[in-house]
Design a protein around this ligand. Sequence first.
Ligand code: UD1
Length: 421
Amino acid sequence: MERLIIKGGNQLHGEVNCSGAKNSGLPILASTILLDTPAKIGNLPHLQDITTMLELLNSMGALINFDEDGYIEIDSSNISLPEARYELVKTMRASILVMGPLVAKYGKAKISQPGGCNIGTRPIDFHLDGLEKMGAKIKSDARYIYLEADKLNPIDFIFPKISVTGTENLMMAAAIIEGKTVLKNCAKEPEVVELANFLNNCGANIVGAGESSIEINGAKSLKSDKWDVLFDRIEAGTYMVAGAITNGHVRINKIKPETIKIISSKLMEMGAIVNSGNDWVEVDATKSELISKDISTKPFPGFPTDMQAQFMALNSISNGSSIIEETVFENRFQHVGELKKMGADISLDKNKASVKGVSNLVGAVVSASDLRASASLVLAGLVGKNRTQIEDIYHIDRGYECIEEKLTKLGAEIFREPAEY
Ligand code: UD1
């Protein structure tokens, strides 16, 4: 176990490179199950979740090679054990992304029940409904879900609610199902579009990714090419907030500004100066007195739930009051109690948090409860007086590559130390 120690109060200045997105890497890695040839995937972030997905593919029989040029070669063409074990699924719910590809390619999948999660119940009923309509026979017991199909059929399917991994799972399965599948009320997230782009590059025929309705004409065989994973818009957004919260001036490279427009706009609304170029964005808050602004999370292109906690930290020390509404997940306010320990003035009423800006936060011993909650505590620690100690940081290692190195480069005082419990 490790903890992060932050001595707050330094204004951040300088530039960092954005890493590849885990939420893009994970479905792309899962989709290699559909391919008949090895795939070479680059720009994968060095994160625990990516390692877990590689371990999962490997445990099923895929061959993984780390090339010298930084690409990872995955040969999933001969999977012998189409099974996602509990030990792997429990640490990463996104393991369920192998379900659609496995049943489409191998006619069989045994997936551990994903179970609960600390940001809400997060069911997978849409994934299962869709696959069942495609013709999979599904059984389950307390530990596993078993899927079997001789042949899957194309479907017309309307998601009852927008789901990112739900869209990805059904899109992947449909990519090799003979005939035309139409998915409606789909997630429009850039990571969904990127998965479609990757699969199309492998020979799939997917039209409309990024729109509400996606049409997929199944291909007989998919063959891979080299592919670089998309940048992580949530990592980029987190460093933008780090610039803003410390009244600093931070530039983030290797991004696409149009993908993070909603984050840039919110920061500008709050009073920060945001400039961007072809593949970079910078936040200058050196001369700004930031004003608290309301936020309501929505599926893309709305305000991302994955940035809610970070903006809660920012609103906590901005002028005025704001309401932060969480509409995507039912229980994503675990950071509130921890931010309050640091002096934030936040009250909760169901899915709404009222945040009254305070003039400063104070370092405390806090605990990370999930990935983005951890990011909000790091941000609060950057500006909090004295020393902040963040426990249970394995969550942050699931989603932020080299966070101490990147923040140190920007001028933060942050380090990791072993924690003995
Ligand atoms: C993905 C992201 C996660 C992000 C979330 C919302 C990955 C690996 N993770 O998670 O970082 O926070 O999108 O942007 O890409 N739902 C159901 N039944 C289902 C599926 C979903 O009721 O079968 C509900 C969920 O409980 C939630 C909502 O739909 O309330 C959206 O969840 P979903 O988009 O599926 O989240 P994930 O794909 O798990």
